[in-house]
Design a protein around this ligand. Structure first.
Ligand SMILES: Nc1ncnc2c1ncn2[C@@H]1O[C@H](COP(=O)(O)OP(=O)(O)OP(=O)(O)O)[C@@H](O)[C@H]1O
Ligand SMILES: [Mg+2]
Length: 314
């Protein structure tokens, strides 16, 4: 946004926002019999710089810190505020646009205006210049946020249009360090965040994340490290998790639920139930495990983005 169109947005907003939206509705009122000598304490305690003066239900004036200062400066005797308040009560309607308030502030030079209901003429609140600025800033912030979100959504939509139109294949790659439990799972959670941002079905994102996490943990526990690569295509996501050792001697065996070679200390960390590969199998539309002892292991996972639910097919 350029500074120029920010100004015009403010101009627009003073017509859009109603006085009632930004006024202070929690109004503290003062009775006309209150003495000037008490005023300072009241204003200070309530942290206000002025207040409508109410005689029962009727607003008879407005008293402000300026009136108090003038009274002090004139070294006059104490008197009821009704004698010093401004009786020329200019009011604004809550349903008027902010521009009305801006004009009135300009014209009368007052610090605050009482805001009343157009029909009942009941006092609803007061408005100061500060309330106007605050209200505008709030709205601009919301606008700014909305704008960013819109741009983001548009971007995501285009991304997917492109992918669905077979134009784009997205590739993600993460390195996994072996035996580094502090960073374990980082690759999977980063991939999960990226897929989420793309606006993919949460069920699909979850399946990819679980499968990748299990494979990543196996790399951390049983190998010196490796790589996760994910390829997002129009209708499927491929994840390849590869390492360069030590390899698996018996693939069929490790695929059996409950089979694990995890050492005691790894089990103590809560791993080693022998369920990881099984979980991957459940999340995947297709899974393939290839390994050469002494060379390394590659796990290929395919998850179809069309079927959200878990699949048992291999
Ligand atoms: N990348 C790998 N390299 C070498 N061996 C592996 C690899 N991945 C798995 N294995 C072997 O396969 C076994 C089974 O793995 P799986 O992930 O199913 O269970 P786990 O890791 O033992 O326990 P869990 O995953 O439930 O914590 C492991 O105990 C390990 O012997
Ligand atoms: Mg495992």
């Amino acid at each position: 946004m350029t500074p120029d169109n920010k100004i015009s947005r403010i101009q627009e907003l003073v017509y859009e926002i109603r006085i009632g939206e930004v006024m202070q509705s929690d109004v503290i009122t003062i009775s006309p019999q209150t003495h000037m000598s008490e005023l300072r304490k009241i204003l200070r305690e309530k942290r206000i710089s002025g207040a409508p003066v109410m005689d029962g239900d009727e607003m008879v004036g407005i008293i402000s810190i300026e009136d108090f200062i003038k009274w002090l400066a004139d070294r006059e005797h104490d008197c009821p505020i009704s004698e010093k308040m401004s009786k020329d009560v200019q009011t604004l309607y809550a349903d008027e646009p902010l521009t009305q308030a801006v004009n009135k502030f300009e014209r009368f030079g007052f610090g605050r205006f009482a805001v009343i209901d157009r029909q009942s003429r009941r006092l609803l609140g007061i408005i100061t210049k500060g309330d106007i600025v605050e209200g505008l800033l709030k709205k601009l912030e919301i606008d700014h946020y909305k704008e960013e979100e819109e741009i983001y959504c548009r971007r995501v939509e285009h991304f997917f249009e492109d992918i669905l139109a077979d134009k784009v294949v997205l590739l993600f790659q993460y390195d996994v360090a072996g035996h580094d439990f502090k960073r374990a799972g980082e690759g999977a959670s980063r991939l999960k965040a990226s897929l989420k941002r793309l606006g993919l079905d949460p069920q699909i994102v979850r399946r990819v994340a679980i499968a990748t996490y299990e494979a990543e943990m196996n790399l951390v526990i049983y190998t010196d490290g490796g790589q996760i690569r994910a390829r997002v295509e129009p209708h499927e996501i491929f994840v390849k998790v590869a390492d360069s050792g030590p390899g698996i001697p018996d693939i069929q065996k490790v695929l059996q639920p409950g089979y694990s070679t995890a050492p005691e200390w790894v089990r103590n960390l809560g791993f080693g139930a022998g369920m990881g590969l099984n979980n991957i199998f459940k999340c995947a539309s297709k899974m393939e495990l290839k390994s050469v002892v002494g060379k390394g292991t590659q796990l290929y996972i395919r998850i179809d983005t069309k079927d959200g639910a878990m699949s048992e097919t291999n």
